[in-house]
Design a protein around this ligand. Structure first.
Ligand SMILES: [Zn+2]
Length: 380
């Protein structure tokens, strides 16, 4: 696949390949760092992994371009090619140009100052466009329409049109889109399925022989878009999502748009939101637990239980008069959990009774009735 990119990238262009299978590949000029020197080279983003259609758009919408660090992260991931006509200083960066740390930082901070305004605008623009056309949870009854019907509204309903125009005027958007070049090709990974040599030997002038050779293979026709500005590529991806009627959701944890990978009811995205012991955790991993915790904490009885739990836990084998044993604690905990469950789904009376029990059971006298070594299955 690389020959094509190296051959066709005379100057800096971001490339978006779209396959029939709703997958995309992105290629861009990026920094490759080696011993404090940063070289510019052409690279497939995400190591050439196929990405879900909509990944570039939804990822772009999740960055805060008012922050230099996030801008730098974005450039690290997606390279500089998509900023070529948005930031003057990135326009003519040649392949293999090298920078030291300081020069790279200077280049990026200049580019950030040149492009953050338009990046912010593009973000506002596409957030609204996604809301109107693709967001599954949009209000105003929009989600009873399919995305193409919604796209129609976007283009013809004066209110929506004007709103988007006020963010990026139509003629400006047209200028970005005019910078696009389109190429159609067959994925060279597919070409590799048949050795070109075989075709040569089968004599390519003989169509019958070629037909025999090709009939058992399936090819993927790709559309490839080249542009020095990321806005036009975002627009292409946006329109492709509409054509495919691909739904877009807001993550239940980080609140950013994402493309649900399998089930439509996936609630959380695959972005890494925090690191635990140096391992990145995604919203999908963290989200359900945190949601459960915050829901749990909204229930006042849970709060009371939790507080009491901590107090008593601290008393296990403590020095004071109120010291209890681990076994006693376990006994209390199991009983408290059982009563808590009943109280939460119970009447007001039952809730009150649980609160009283909680008070009683935290007194040291209550534990006197439990043998220090009492085991958990003992009846109380
Ligand atoms: Zn998320």
């Amino acid at each position: 696949m690389f020959e094509r990119y190296y051959g066709s990238l005379g100057y800096s262009e971001m490339i978006l390949d779209i396959c029939e299978t709703s997958r995309i590949y992105i290629t861009s000029r990026r920094f490759k760092s080696w011993k404090g020197t940063h070289y510019i080279f052409n690279d497939s983003v995400f190591g050439g992994k196929p990405l879900l259609l909509g990944t570039l758009l939804t990822d772009f919408l999740s960055y805060n371009f008012n922050s230099y660090n996030e801008f730098a992260d974005f450039v690290d991931k997606y390279g500089i090619s998509g900023l070529g006509s948005l930031a003057k200083s990135l326009k003519n960066i040649k392949l293999d140009t090298s920078f030291n740390d300081e020069a790279k930082e200077k280049l990026l901070s200049t580019a950030w100052n040149e492009s953050k305004e338009i990046l912010n605008k593009a973000q506002r623009y596409f957030k609204r466009a996604v809301y109107y056309c693709l967001d599954l949870e949009s209000g105003e009854n929009l989600n009873i329409l399919n995305s193409k019907q919604r796209f129609y509204l976007l283009n013809f309903l004066p209110d929506i049109k004007e709103e988007l125009n006020s963010i990026i005027p139509e003629d400006e958007m047209t200028r970005y889109i005019d910078e696009l070049k389109t190429v159609f090709f067959i994925d060279s990974a597919d070409i590799g399925k048949i050795k070109l040599k075989d075709i040569t030997e089968a004599s390519p002038r003989d169509i019958k022989d070629a037909v025999e050779l090709i009939k058992d293979f399936d090819f993927v026709a790709k559309k490839s878009y080249h542009s020095p500005n990321i806005i036009s590529l975002l627009y292409i991806e946006f329109v492709e999502l509409i054509n495919n009627n691909t739904p877009v959701k807001k993550c239940g944890h980080c609140g950013h748009y994402f493309i649900p990978e399998h089930k439509i009811d996936t609630e959380f995205c695959n972005r890494i939101v925090k690191y635990i012991n140096g391992v990145g955790r995604t919203c999908k991993e963290v989200g359900p637990k945190e949601r459960y915790r915050s829901k749990k904490m909204k229930e006042p009885l849970n709060l009371l239980f939790d507080r009491k739990y901590k107090t008593l836990y601290a008393r296990i084998n403590s020095k004071g008069k109120k010291s209890i044993t681990g076994k006693q604690f376990d006994y209390w905990r199991d009983m408290a959990r059982e009563k808590l469950e009943i109280a939460i789904s119970g009447t007001d009376n039952e809730k009150e009774r649980f609160k009283k029990w909680l008070e009683e059971s935290s007194k040291i006298e209550w534990f006197k009735n439990i043998e220090p070594e009492a085991n958990n299955d003992g009846e109380h």
